[in-house]
Design a protein around this ligand. Structure first.
Ligand code: SAH
Length: 196
Protein backbone atom coordinates (compact mmCIF):
# COMPACT_ATOMS: atom_id res chain seq x y z
CA UNK A 1 0.00 0.00 0.00
CA UNK A 2 2.83 2.38 -0.86
CA UNK A 3 1.26 5.56 -2.26
CA UNK A 4 4.59 7.35 -2.64
CA UNK A 5 4.32 7.56 -6.40
CA UNK A 6 1.03 9.49 -6.23
CA UNK A 7 1.75 11.81 -3.30
CA UNK A 8 3.34 14.54 -5.41
CA UNK A 9 0.92 14.42 -8.33
CA UNK A 10 -1.09 17.55 -9.09
CA UNK A 11 -3.90 17.86 -11.60
CA UNK A 12 -4.63 21.54 -12.24
CA UNK A 13 -8.09 23.08 -12.72
CA UNK A 14 -6.98 23.89 -16.26
CA UNK A 15 -6.39 20.20 -16.91
CA UNK A 16 -9.87 19.34 -15.62
CA UNK A 17 -11.44 21.98 -17.86
CA UNK A 18 -9.49 20.53 -20.75
CA UNK A 19 -10.80 17.03 -20.01
CA UNK A 20 -14.34 18.37 -20.24
CA UNK A 21 -13.55 20.22 -23.45
CA UNK A 22 -12.01 17.13 -25.05
CA UNK A 23 -14.80 14.85 -23.87
CA UNK A 24 -12.19 12.91 -21.89
CA UNK A 25 -14.71 12.15 -19.14
CA UNK A 26 -14.59 8.39 -18.68
CA UNK A 27 -15.52 8.96 -15.03
CA UNK A 28 -19.05 10.06 -16.01
CA UNK A 29 -21.58 7.25 -15.80
CA UNK A 30 -24.80 7.65 -17.71
CA UNK A 31 -26.61 4.97 -15.68
CA UNK A 32 -25.86 6.34 -12.23
CA UNK A 33 -24.00 4.53 -9.50
CA UNK A 34 -25.24 1.14 -8.22
CA UNK A 35 -23.71 1.85 -4.80
CA UNK A 36 -25.96 4.87 -4.31
CA UNK A 37 -28.96 2.66 -4.96
CA UNK A 38 -27.59 0.04 -2.61
CA UNK A 39 -26.88 2.49 0.23
CA UNK A 40 -29.67 5.00 -0.36
CA UNK A 41 -31.31 4.06 2.96
CA UNK A 42 -28.08 4.78 4.82
CA UNK A 43 -27.90 8.21 3.21
CA UNK A 44 -31.54 9.11 3.84
CA UNK A 45 -32.07 7.22 7.08
CA UNK A 46 -35.84 7.53 6.70
CA UNK A 47 -35.68 11.31 6.37
CA UNK A 48 -37.29 13.39 3.63
CA UNK A 49 -36.58 16.82 2.22
CA UNK A 50 -32.85 16.65 2.90
CA UNK A 51 -30.13 19.00 1.68
CA UNK A 52 -27.64 16.82 -0.14
CA UNK A 53 -24.19 17.92 -1.25
CA UNK A 54 -22.31 16.67 -4.31
CA UNK A 55 -18.67 17.80 -4.08
CA UNK A 56 -16.83 17.86 -7.43
CA UNK A 57 -20.14 16.94 -9.02
CA UNK A 58 -19.37 16.85 -12.74
CA UNK A 59 -22.72 16.13 -14.37
CA UNK A 60 -23.55 13.22 -12.07
CA UNK A 61 -27.00 11.86 -12.90
CA UNK A 62 -27.51 10.95 -9.23
CA UNK A 63 -28.22 14.65 -8.61
CA UNK A 64 -31.35 14.28 -10.74
CA UNK A 65 -32.34 11.08 -8.90
CA UNK A 66 -32.19 12.70 -5.49
CA UNK A 67 -33.91 15.88 -6.63
CA UNK A 68 -36.71 13.77 -8.11
CA UNK A 69 -37.10 12.10 -4.70
CA UNK A 70 -37.85 15.51 -3.19
CA UNK A 71 -34.44 16.40 -1.80
CA UNK A 72 -32.60 19.63 -2.35
CA UNK A 73 -29.32 19.13 -4.19
CA UNK A 74 -26.26 21.38 -4.12
CA UNK A 75 -23.16 20.64 -6.19
CA UNK A 76 -19.84 22.30 -6.88
CA UNK A 77 -17.88 21.91 -10.07
CA UNK A 78 -15.12 23.96 -11.75
CA UNK A 79 -16.28 23.20 -15.28
CA UNK A 80 -19.09 25.42 -16.49
CA UNK A 81 -19.50 23.08 -19.43
CA UNK A 82 -20.23 20.18 -17.06
CA UNK A 83 -22.82 22.22 -15.19
CA UNK A 84 -24.58 23.38 -18.35
CA UNK A 85 -24.47 19.87 -19.82
CA UNK A 86 -26.14 18.55 -16.69
CA UNK A 87 -29.12 20.85 -17.03
CA UNK A 88 -29.47 20.47 -20.78
CA UNK A 89 -29.09 16.67 -20.77
CA UNK A 90 -31.96 16.43 -18.29
CA UNK A 91 -33.99 19.13 -20.10
CA UNK A 92 -34.04 21.22 -16.94
CA UNK A 93 -34.50 24.96 -17.36
CA UNK A 94 -32.12 26.97 -15.15
CA UNK A 95 -30.98 30.44 -14.40
CA UNK A 96 -27.49 31.64 -13.51
CA UNK A 97 -26.36 34.34 -11.15
CA UNK A 98 -23.08 35.55 -9.68
CA UNK A 99 -22.06 34.48 -6.18
CA UNK A 100 -21.32 37.76 -4.39
CA UNK A 101 -18.97 36.16 -1.83
CA UNK A 102 -16.75 34.46 -4.45
CA UNK A 103 -15.20 36.51 -7.20
CA UNK A 104 -15.76 34.95 -10.63
CA UNK A 105 -18.09 32.23 -9.33
CA UNK A 106 -21.56 31.56 -10.71
CA UNK A 107 -24.45 29.63 -9.32
CA UNK A 108 -26.69 27.72 -11.71
CA UNK A 109 -30.09 26.88 -10.33
CA UNK A 110 -32.91 24.82 -11.80
CA UNK A 111 -36.02 26.93 -12.29
CA UNK A 112 -37.82 24.64 -9.86
CA UNK A 113 -35.18 25.67 -7.30
CA UNK A 114 -34.21 22.21 -6.05
CA UNK A 115 -30.83 21.87 -7.79
CA UNK A 116 -28.12 24.51 -7.27
CA UNK A 117 -24.72 24.01 -8.84
CA UNK A 118 -21.86 26.31 -7.91
CA UNK A 119 -19.33 26.80 -10.66
CA UNK A 120 -16.10 27.49 -8.76
CA UNK A 121 -13.44 25.61 -6.86
CA UNK A 122 -14.70 23.71 -3.84
CA UNK A 123 -11.99 25.43 -1.80
CA UNK A 124 -13.85 28.73 -2.29
CA UNK A 125 -16.95 27.43 -0.48
CA UNK A 126 -17.79 27.68 3.19
CA UNK A 127 -20.86 26.97 5.27
CA UNK A 128 -21.63 30.69 5.41
CA UNK A 129 -22.12 30.58 1.62
CA UNK A 130 -23.78 27.20 1.05
CA UNK A 131 -25.11 26.32 4.49
CA UNK A 132 -24.82 22.85 6.04
CA UNK A 133 -25.87 19.52 4.58
CA UNK A 134 -27.75 16.47 5.83
CA UNK A 135 -26.09 14.13 3.38
CA UNK A 136 -23.08 13.88 1.08
CA UNK A 137 -22.52 11.71 -2.00
CA UNK A 138 -18.74 11.64 -2.45
CA UNK A 139 -17.98 9.67 -5.60
CA UNK A 140 -15.07 10.73 -7.78
CA UNK A 141 -14.48 13.58 -5.34
CA UNK A 142 -12.07 12.68 -2.49
CA UNK A 143 -10.33 10.37 -4.97
CA UNK A 144 -10.06 13.20 -7.52
CA UNK A 145 -8.65 15.75 -5.08
CA UNK A 146 -4.88 16.20 -5.35
CA UNK A 147 -3.19 14.19 -2.57
CA UNK A 148 -1.63 17.42 -1.18
CA UNK A 149 -5.12 18.95 -0.80
CA UNK A 150 -6.82 16.02 0.93
CA UNK A 151 -6.49 17.46 4.41
CA UNK A 152 -8.09 20.81 3.47
CA UNK A 153 -10.79 18.99 1.51
CA UNK A 154 -11.69 16.78 4.47
CA UNK A 155 -11.68 19.70 6.93
CA UNK A 156 -13.99 21.64 4.63
CA UNK A 157 -16.35 18.69 4.22
CA UNK A 158 -16.51 18.19 7.99
CA UNK A 159 -17.43 21.87 8.26
CA UNK A 160 -20.18 21.61 5.67
CA UNK A 161 -22.16 18.81 7.32
CA UNK A 162 -24.68 18.77 10.12
CA UNK A 163 -23.93 16.60 13.16
CA UNK A 164 -26.70 14.20 12.13
CA UNK A 165 -25.57 13.86 8.52
CA UNK A 166 -24.68 10.76 6.53
CA UNK A 167 -21.65 10.74 4.25
CA UNK A 168 -21.40 8.13 1.53
CA UNK A 169 -17.85 7.83 0.20
CA UNK A 170 -16.82 5.75 -2.79
CA UNK A 171 -13.12 4.94 -3.15
CA UNK A 172 -11.16 2.69 -5.44
CA UNK A 173 -8.63 0.08 -4.45
CA UNK A 174 -5.69 -0.72 -6.70
CA UNK A 175 -1.91 -0.75 -6.84
CA UNK A 176 -0.91 2.95 -6.93
CA UNK A 177 2.41 2.09 -8.57
CA UNK A 178 0.60 0.91 -11.67
CA UNK A 179 -1.65 3.92 -12.31
CA UNK A 180 -0.90 7.57 -11.69
CA UNK A 181 -4.49 8.66 -10.99
CA UNK A 182 -6.94 10.24 -10.71
CA UNK A 183 -8.77 8.47 -9.31
CA UNK A 184 -6.12 8.33 -6.62
CA UNK A 185 -5.76 5.44 -4.22
CA UNK A 186 -6.75 6.60 -0.73
CA UNK A 187 -5.98 3.91 1.84
CA UNK A 188 -8.58 3.09 4.49
CA UNK A 189 -6.15 4.24 7.22
CA UNK A 190 -5.91 7.68 5.62
CA UNK A 191 -9.69 7.98 5.34
CA UNK A 192 -9.88 7.24 9.07
CA UNK A 193 -7.34 9.88 9.93
CA UNK A 194 -8.94 12.46 7.62
CA UNK A 195 -12.50 12.01 8.82
CA UNK A 196 -12.05 10.53 12.28
N1 SAH B 1 -18.41 13.25 -9.03
C1 SAH B 1 -18.56 13.27 -10.49
C2 SAH B 1 -17.32 13.75 -11.23
C3 SAH B 1 -16.02 13.07 -10.87
S1 SAH B 1 -14.58 13.67 -11.74
C4 SAH B 1 -19.03 11.93 -10.95
O1 SAH B 1 -19.24 11.03 -10.13
O2 SAH B 1 -19.23 11.76 -12.16
C5 SAH B 1 -14.04 15.04 -10.74
C6 SAH B 1 -14.69 16.34 -11.12
O3 SAH B 1 -14.22 17.34 -10.24
C7 SAH B 1 -14.41 16.85 -12.52
O4 SAH B 1 -15.62 17.12 -13.17
C8 SAH B 1 -13.59 18.13 -12.32
O5 SAH B 1 -13.85 19.10 -13.30
C9 SAH B 1 -14.03 18.57 -10.93
N2 SAH B 1 -13.05 19.32 -10.12
C10 SAH B 1 -11.73 19.10 -10.01
N3 SAH B 1 -11.17 19.91 -9.10
C11 SAH B 1 -12.17 20.67 -8.58
C12 SAH B 1 -12.24 21.68 -7.58
N4 SAH B 1 -11.15 22.09 -6.91
N5 SAH B 1 -13.44 22.22 -7.30
C13 SAH B 1 -14.57 21.82 -7.95
N6 SAH B 1 -14.56 20.87 -8.91
C14 SAH B 1 -13.39 20.29 -9.23
Amino acid sequence: SDVGSQKERVVTEEEWLQKWEMGDIGFHKEQGHPLLQKYLDVLLNGRSGLRIFFPLCGKAVEMKWLADMGHSVVGVEVSEQAVKDFFSEHSLPYCEEPVPEISGAKMFQSTSGNISLYCCSIYDLSSSIVGKFDGVWDRGALVAVNPCDRQSYASLMINLVEKSSSYLLVTVSYDPNKHKGPPFYVPESEIKSLFG
